[in-house]
Structure formats: C-alpha cells, structure tokens
Design a protein around this ligand. Structure first.
Ligand code: ZN
Length: 241
C-alpha cells in the first residue's frame, strides 16, 4: 500500500494542485491529511472540497477547529484571527460542520496514526519541535508510526535504542522501532524552503519519503492580497517562513 500524507494545506490551492499533480505519477492507494486544511490562504472552499473528496483519513488542525468555532482564538495571532473570520464567510454550513466533526486523532492502519499537533496532548495544539516534545509523544505512541503537522517543519523523530531525529528525505522504517514524522506543509512551508511539502509512505518497502514541489507562489500570494487578507500572509509564502 502506498499512502500520500498531506499536512497544513492552509487554503493554498496552487500548492495543493501542484502536490496532487506530482502525486499522480506515484501510484498512490490512499490519501490522508493531518489537518489545517483551511486558514491563512485565499481558497478555503476549493481546498476543503478537494481534501474531502480525496482523503480517506483526516484529522483536525487548530485552524480547522477555529474556523468551525470549536477552538478558542485566544492563542491565535492577529493575522491568523483575521484569516479565521474571513474563512468562515467563504464556507457553507455543511463545510463548517465537516470541519467541526474532524477527529483529533485517527488510525491509518494497524501500525500508523495521525494527529495534528502532539500525541500526548492533542487538544492543546502544542508544537512538536524539540526532542523533549517527541519524547512525551513517543511515550504514548503504541503504534510504530505517527504523522504530525502543525509546525510546518519537515522532521523525523525516531526511536532506535534511544531517541533521535533526522532531516533525511528517505526514512527506512525497518531499521527503527517507532517514528514520528512531520511531512512539512503543503500550503505554508516554514523551513525557509518555499516549495510545497508532502510525504509518501510505502508499507511494502517500509519506507517514508519526503518530497518538495515548486508551485505558482505569485498567484497564491496575489489571491491573498486581493481577498484583503493580511499582506504578511502573502509575503511569507515567497520566503517559506
Ligand atoms: Zn498549520
């Protein structure tokens, strides 16, 4: 089985389409999404429709639940808040209901699950960035593989005797006991590489590969400006921050 893992799409249709086009060549059996389908970008409705049609397993991101009214905006900065309010106006009632009903965690298969933020406290929507964060989530990870999103930074934490991490773009799962992998963000990369990120998990080869693809950033950024969304949300796409 070959899975495509999409994270943090953030209403960026140009990035999503570029990723899906490159995945057409990859013999994918199932598409899954680790949340934040919406928020920040200018195409929430088309992105939500694509993801809802395509993905078999989807978990809630903090922006998804914020738009749905399930999550307080207390910890959102002004730009994110403005995008949440604007996004609500672009969606139908059944889209909002769909976002509200997304679960915090979901199984992909017997060995694999998804969570947007951390596994040890999913509703807190904390970032899983440090080895200590990974240690806390590894302690409660009963399966061998967990995909996360939220930080928009592609990274793999793995247990092999002790806990380690790697930025390698190809992970041989047969050599490690447990892994927590962030594929990076489709629609708003923050690792100073503006290209859209995604991952492929091949269950037969026991391998996860991380990929990048260029997309039409000018169009995505222009749509954000034209929609009246905060300009920094357009500018950051060009620098991947
Ligand atoms: Zn996000």
């Amino acid at each position: 089985m070959r899975y495509a893992i999409l994270a943090d799409i953030h209403s960026n249709l140009e990035a999503l389409e570029a990723v899906l086009t490159s995945l057409e060549r990859e013999r994918i059996d199932h598409y899954v999404c680790v949340g934040d389908v919406v928020g920040y970008g200018a195409d929430p409705k088309p992105c939500l429709d694509r993801v809802r049609d395509l993905c078999d397993v989807i978990v809630a991101g903090n922006h998804d639940w914020a738009v749905a009214g399930t999550l307080s905006l207390e910890f959102f900065n002004d730009y994110a808040k403005a995008a949440v309010y604007w996004t609500r106006e672009q969606l139908e009632d059944d889209d909002i209901a769909w976002l509200r009903d997304l679960p915090l965690t979901a199984d992909v298969d017997r060995h694999t699950l998804l969570v947007h933020s951390t596994l040890h406290d999913p509703p807190a929507f904390d970032y899983l960035l440090t080895s200590y964060d990974a240690h806390l989530s590894m302690r409660v990870l009963k399966k061998s593989l967990c995909f996360v999103g939220h930080s928009h930074i592609p990274i793999t934490f793995m247990e092999r005797g002790g806990l380690g991490f790697t930025f390698a773009d190809s992970i041989d799962l047969s050599k490690i006991e447990k892994a927590i992998i962030n594929p990076g963000s489709v629609g708003q990369p923050r690792d100073e590489n503006p290209e859209a990120a995604y991952a492929i998990y091949d269950t037969v080869k026991r391998r996860v590969t991380l990929h990048r693809v260029s997309y039409d950033i000018d169009t995505a950024a222009a749509k954000i400006s034209d929609a009246g969304l905060p300009q920094p949300l357009a500018d950051r796409l060009r620098v991947g921050k």
